[in-house]
Design a protein around this ligand. Structure first.
Ligand SMILES: *[C@@H]1O[C@H](CO)[C@@H](O)[C@H](O)[C@H]1NC(C)=O
Ligand SMILES: *[C@@H]1O[C@H](CO)[C@@H](O)[C@H](O)[C@H]1NC(C)=O
Ligand SMILES: *[C@@H]1O[C@H](CO)[C@@H](O)[C@H](O)[C@H]1NC(C)=O
Ligand SMILES: *[C@@H]1O[C@H](CO)[C@@H](O)[C@H](O)[C@H]1NC(C)=O
Ligand SMILES: *[C@@H]1O[C@H](CO)[C@@H](O)[C@H](O)[C@H]1NC(C)=O
Ligand SMILES: *[C@@H]1O[C@H](CO)[C@@H](O)[C@H](O)[C@H]1NC(C)=O
Ligand SMILES: *[C@@H]1O[C@H](CO)[C@@H](O)[C@H](O)[C@H]1NC(C)=O
Ligand SMILES: *[C@@H]1O[C@H](CO)[C@@H](O)[C@H](O)[C@H]1NC(C)=O
Ligand SMILES: *[C@@H]1O[C@H](CO)[C@@H](O)[C@H](O)[C@H]1NC(C)=O
Ligand SMILES: *[C@@H]1O[C@H](CO)[C@@H](O)[C@H](O)[C@H]1NC(C)=O
Length: 831
């Protein structure tokens, strides 16, 4: 594919890598074993402790900033630093310049973070290490949500040469909509390869604060698009594949992933409630059933390297001070006990223990002690928000023991050891990864695929696929000629932005372009967009509208109040529709209530693209023209606009109120969606049914009896298979979604529950085939009021596909005794 390089002004700044590994390998022995560190730390005097703590924890905190920043403050505080004035390494200079460039170019995204970078006069960009121990400086905060991303630990080469960019895949919500674990693995494998390449030249670290896996239960949440969606079984599948790709399968971790935000975090700033203060009130049932399973997958089953504890409190205790979450559940119940497993706090989350936020700890020293004693191992803190976490004070006041400090240091540095950080003298295959493995043709093709495969066709009156040869099209809307807008949150610098205008140019289409509003107030006769848009449309045979939401509407620190289509866009669309020409809508960003477009007969098609990444425009045209057939499915429910008036964002319960006044959440508890979870149209027709079940009556005892799994919830259900047949005319993928429903376990009963999914690729017209869909007992089970996961006897209806696309139902009777698959740790009793 041809590429355009968009973006950076080039300068002649020397762009040397920061010499982390070389420093280690210089005068000191290159290998530092965990034992050596342990010996020094454990055997040391208070002075040594203080020195190491100072080096590794306190300095660290000074620049290990918030991912996760209060934007209003940061923006106010921003004071650009003159180039090169305060920063020690060349790599750092690249970063600063990059940051300025980025801030100038993007007023959204995590530019808040980058602005913040500029405001900090401190030279302590990273953990300074301890020279006499051979510990080099290290920056812990690296990001890679959907590609190596701009963050304090990551630098892009400003000169436009090697390491000036990294592949930017579709953001999480879009990739998740592909419902394809193999694709997720392939993407994550490229991300970690590119991250290693950056790391090997000192432009990035080895730990990454990704993935964000809080279930996306309310459409108003500003960070929902960073997650795989609303369903825990789907998130578990996504996370399992992602972590295999990021961390690799070898003894040395390819990179260290960080599952965040633990736990029950899904609110930014809503009607005066801020995440730094929010106390999530969650029942044991909802915690075990909904909020925790993705984290259980990370810790217990995928054995991820690292976790991040969240800003919010859970039932009165800040997450980063919660021994219940971090010790009883994470470390003990999930057996997340390898030496290299460490917990990072979200940035300034420990300071948020203080009286003006959670009011959990009264002094900075007490806050430090509360965090480390509870099991937080490293404190991320951005400067500019004193008072800081006072580790020295906590030690000095005997609130924090040497043992706990040792424990935190050991976990952190063993994390790096396990990632091969100290192995420069004994290279392993990952140390050989270089720039030639970044932005390869294969990665470019995969980035395009991540977008096409995740797009979801929501409406099609038959116009798609469309042969555009010889047609004139209007390209209208705020992202028709987008750059960073296509990427969403936590992004890096892609090699190019293949936006719709670019794609139309590549396809030699005759087109007329006009921009459009995002969230401007309602149009007036003189607004700057309506007349140009109508002019472009009048010259075209077909109107392609590129609209929807972006990060100016929903983002980190920005929850929505409304989930309606932005009114100015809706007015423009209705004017365009009145022309009577075909209108095809490609909708960016989060879900909005599509009712007005679904019911407008002149809107011919709606394609949801989410945040499609560097090749978003090409991907849209591949779908519109039928080069690829759409097969993505909605990873979230599309709610009617009035939903937000029926339930506050702060409500954590999934089930509706018994009085019927408060609706439930997600497809399991809410039945009046505009479009259901799992929805997605095709260009062809499929018939599908379940294969023959081994037996229609199954004894629960037999299911458990023959199972060797250490954890009973992972015991397999006898194989479920799906037969699918393409009865239409076009090659297409098909996503098999398997749900169960029935009246068993505690009331109320969910409408249905996803228990398995599988994307079947490239099904030719006329072809019929069968694929297995694996289902485990834990996902069939229900969760009782105490949070225990129980397999109940009862009548289970297996359901294939959703809504009007429903394909098949089979009834299975589970007989025998109830079986407790997992006993959930009970919360501490409050005095
Ligand atoms: C950055 O790009 C320049 C060429 O523009 C190149 O000389 C330099 O080596 C690159 N930096 C790294 C770390 O590769
Ligand atoms: C806990 O995990 C460790 C290693 O990760 C393993 O050796 C041990 O058997 C596990 N314990 C239990 C009870 O599963
Ligand atoms: C914070 O907690 C302290 C001690 O529990 C209490 O005295 C104080 O009133 C609380 N402050 C606020 C603002 O609630
Ligand atoms: C430790 O505490 C003593 C008083 O108890 C104080 O004089 C000293 O400054 C403290 N040291 C640090 C590093 O906080
Ligand atoms: C698309 O339309 C052009 C011009 O009408 C025609 O020549 C071409 O065969 C069509 N392509 C397909 C795949 O139908
Ligand atoms: C698209 O935007 C670029 C700048 O990013 C600009 O140079 C180009 O002219 C725009 N294209 C059109 C068709 O307006
Ligand atoms: C567009 O036109 C160029 C030059 O005429 C040609 O090389 C290219 O193959 C065309 N692309 C398509 C998709 O038709
Ligand atoms: C979008 O516009 C609406 C209506 O003017 C307004 O209420 C809302 O606050 C705006 N959202 C943002 C993020 O600016
Ligand atoms: C649809 O288009 C026709 C013209 O073809 C127009 O008369 C009608 O008002 C339009 N309807 C809407 C809802 O825009
Ligand atoms: C949704 O469920 C409620 C309560 O069970 C019922 O009254 C309502 O008719 C249902 N709505 C739909 C669209 O099925």
């Amino acid at each position: 594919m041809a590429t355009t390089v968009v973006g950076m002004t080039t300068t002649d700044t020397a762009a040397g890598p920061s010499p982390t590994d070389d420093q280690v390998g210089g005068n000191e022995p290159a290998q530092i074993s965990a034992g050596a560190i342990a010996g020094i730390v454990v055997g040391g005097t208070a002075a040594v402790i203080a020195a190491v703590v100072a080096a590794a924890l306190i300095m660290y905190r000074r620049r290990q900033n918030r991912t996760d920043i209060d934007v209003s403050h940061v923006v106010e505080d921003a004071k650009p630093v003159p180039d090169g004035q305060t920063h020690p390494t060349a790599a750092k200079q690249i970063h600063e310049k990059q940051a300025e460039q980025e801030v100038a170019e993007a007023d959204q995204d995590n530019s808040a973070v980058l602005r913040h970078e500029l405001s900090d006069q401190s030279p302590h960009h990273m953990s300074l290490g301890a020279e006499r121990l051979g510990l080099p400086p290290y920056a812990w905060w690296n990001e890679a949500l959907h590609g190596v991303a701009a963050s304090p630990g990551v630098s892009f080469n400003q000169t436009g040469g090697a390491f000036s960019h990294a592949t930017s895949f579709a953001n999480t919500i879009t990739l998740a909509a592909a419902f394809d674990n193999d694709l997720v693995y392939a993407v994550a494998d490229v991300i970690s390869t590119e991250a290693r390449a950056f790391s090997n030249v000192g432009l990035a670290g080895l730990d990454y604060w990704t993935p964000n896996i809080n279930p996306y239960k309310d459409p108003r949440w500003g960070r929902g698009h960073e997650t795989p969606g609303e369903d825990p079984v789907h998130i578990k599948g996504y996370v399992k594949a992602l972590l295999q790709g990021l961390e690799g399968k070898d003894k040395i971790r390819k990179v260290i992933a960080t599952c965040k935000h633990f736990a029950a975090y899904d609110l930014e700033r809503w009607q005066g409630v801020v995440r730094y203060r929010f106390n999530a009130v969650v029942t044991s049932q909802d915690l075990s059933e909904y909020y925790l399973p993705p984290f259980q997958q990370c810790a217990r089953d995928s054995k991820v390297g690292s976790f991040m504890c969240s800003y919010n409190a859970l039932n009165g205790t800040p997450a980063c001070a919660s021994t219940y979450l971090m010790d009883d559940i994470l470390r003990k119940h999930w057996n997340w006990t390898e030496h290299n497993n460490y917990i990072t706090s979200d940035c300034n989350a420990i300071q948020d223990f203080l009286p003006n936020f959670h009011n959990f700890s009264q002094t900075p020293a007490q806050a430090a002690a509360d965090a480390y004693n509870a099991g937080t191992d490293t404190v991320c803190e951005v400067p500019g928000y004193p008072p800081f976490t006072d580790v020295i004070g906590a030690y000095n006041q005997s609130l924090l023991s040497e043992d706990i400090i040792d424990r935190a240091l050991l976990r952190l540095y063993e994390g790096l050891i396990r990632a091969g950080y100290f192995d420069s003298a004994s290279p392993h295959p990952y140390t050989k990864i270089d720039w030639s493995q970044v932005n390869t043709p294969k990665a470019q093709a995969l980035a395009l695929q991540s977008a096409t495969d995740g797009m979801v066709l929501l409406k099609n009156n038959g116009i798609l696929p469309l042969n555009l040869t010889g047609k004139t099209v209007a390209l209208i809307g705020h992202w028709a000629n987008a750059t960073r807008q296509m990427l969403g949150g936590y992004s890096g610098i892609p090699p190019y932005y293949a936006n719709p205008v670019y794609a139309a140019t590549q396809l030699n289409l005759s087109f007329h372009y006009a921009p459009g509003p995002v969230n401007q107030s309602s149009p007036s006769p003189n607004d700057p967009w309506t007349a140009p848009a109508l002019a472009a449309a009048s010259k075209a045979d077909i109107i392609l509208y590129f609209g929807g939401t972006d990060l100016s509407i929903a983002a980190e620190d920005r929850d929505r109040d409304s989930i309606a289509w932005p009114s100015a866009q809706l007015s423009l669309l209705s004017s365009l529709a009145q022309l009577g020409k075909p209108v095809i809508v490609a909708r960016l960003g989060d879900q909005v209530d599509d009712t007005p477009l679904l019911s407008n007969p002149n809107i011919s098609a709606i394609l949801w693209v989410g945040y499609p990444g560097q090749s978003g425009g090409m991907a849209v045209f591949d779908i519109i023209t039928g080069k690829k057939s759409p097969a993505g499915r909605l990873p979230v429910t599309v709610y009617p606009e009035g939903y937000v008036n029926q339930i506050p964002l702060t409500e954590m319960a999934l089930r509706g109120g018994r009085d019927g006044m408060r609706p439930g959440r997600t497809y399991r508890w809410y039945n009046e969606s505009v479009l259901p979870f799992g929805y997605g149209l095709h260009y062809t027709t499929f018939t599908a049914k379940f294969g023959v079940f081994e037996s229609l009556t199954i004894d629960t005892g037999e299911l458990i009896g023959g199972c060797e799994e250490r954890y009973k919830d992972l015991c397999p259900f006898p194989q479920v298979s799906v037969w699918v047949s393409n009865s239409g005319e076009r090659v297409s993928d098909y996503v098999a979604l398997v749900f169960v429903k029935g009246e068993y376990g505690p009331e109320p009963y969910p409408l249905k529950t996803l228990v398995g999914y599988r994307r079947i690729r490239d099904i030719e017209p006329g072809f019929t085939g069968a694929v297995p869909v694996s289902v485990v007992l834990g996902d069939l089970a229900r969760v009782d009021l105490s949070g225990n996961r129980v397999l109940y006897p009862g009548r289970y209806t297996f359901v294939l596909d959703v809504g009007e696309q429903l394909k098949d139902e089979v009834v299975i009777d589970l007989v025998g005794e109830e079986v407790v698959l997992e006993e959930f740790p009970q919360p501490p009793v409050k005095g």
